[in-house]
Design a protein around this ligand. Structure first.
Ligand code: XBP
Ligand code: MG
Length: 257
């Protein structure tokens, strides 16, 4: 059972912490999924993950853990599944890094506008992801330049992946921030639970793989916009967009947990 951080009082917004997969970038269905399938093919394995099945596999965060679980479910003994998952994941990471640096992993619409606006307002911008540094850093560098971020925490930096709060807690600790001074932006129930367990308020920006397990978020929208529509929560969305004002509203809300 994960120990929860104390619920923090609402405060002025100083920082925004972004998830990467499914939040900053549209990376899962036509990105990671294809890279996993390429790794299976190169290993001569018959497995292929369909877009629909991949949505279910995303319940397990971290590509290596996802592979290991899948291989165990196919009947491989755990030690063999662990070794094979690590081998496949190394290939998958190489394939995905190449896709990222060739521009095949697009930003979600509206993300660049929001990041630029946050920077203009002097807010600090961080990344907390369960993904691997082998592709996270090149991908962020391709789209923004890594100098765009005040800190990047990846799955390699923490003992436990989301839904554990470790990545968010490490960002807060490195940046000397209180949870009340930052908000998280996520796309999944696992990410939402990680943010909440770290004491953060959370905006969920839904995508095709977002499940019904995000109802506890302080705010849910269907995109960064325009057009962005509220799914739940009463935040301002000026001109149908998720803006700095939207995130300031989020920081002013009592935590819903
Ligand atoms: C994303 C993940 C990642 C990616 C694959 O979760 O779980 O594992 O699917 O990346 P979140 P790796 O968006 O909550 O961080 O293969 O490098 O793990
Ligand atoms: Mg995500």
């Amino acid at each position: 059972m994960t120990r929860r951080s104390p619920v923090s009082a609402p405060g002025p917004l100083r920082a925004v912490i972004f998830d990467v997969d499914g939040t900053l970038v549209d990376s899962e269905r036509m990105g990671h999924r294809l890279a996993f399938n390429e790794a299976f093919a190169r290993a001569g394995l018959p497995y292929r993950w369909s877009a629909h099945h991949y949505g279910e596999l995303l319940a397990v965060t971290g590509g290596c853990r996802r592979l290991r679980r899948y291989l165990v479910e196919r009947g491989l003994p755990l030690p063999r599944a662990q070794v094979l998952a690590e081998e496949l994941h190394a290939v998958k990471t190489d394939v995905f890094r190449t896709m990222a640096t060739e521009g095949l992993i697009p930003l979600r619409p509206g993300v660049r506008r929001l990041i630029d606006a946050l920077r203009r307002q002097g807010l600090r911008i961080f990344v907390a992801t369960t993904g691997s540094p082998g592709w996270v850093v090149p991908l962020l560098d391709f789209h923004f330049g890594t100098a765009a971020f005040d800190g990047i925490v990846t799955g390699a930096d923490v003992a436990a992946l989301k839904p554990a709060p470790d990545a968010y807690r490490l960002v807060l600790r490195n940046a000397a921030l209180e949870p009340s001074e930052a908000v998280a932006v996520e796309d999944s129930g696992n990410g939402l639970r990680a943010a909440h367990a770290a004491g953060l308020r959370c905006l969920v920006v839904r995508n095709e793989y977002t499940g019904s397990d995000v109802a506890e978020a302080e705010l849910v929208v269907d995109g960064f916009g325009p057009p962005a529509r509220r799914v739940s929560g009463h935040a301002p969305l000026p001109q149908g967009q998720t803006t700095v004002e939207t995130l300031q509203w989020l920081a002013s809300q009592p935590a819903r947990r």
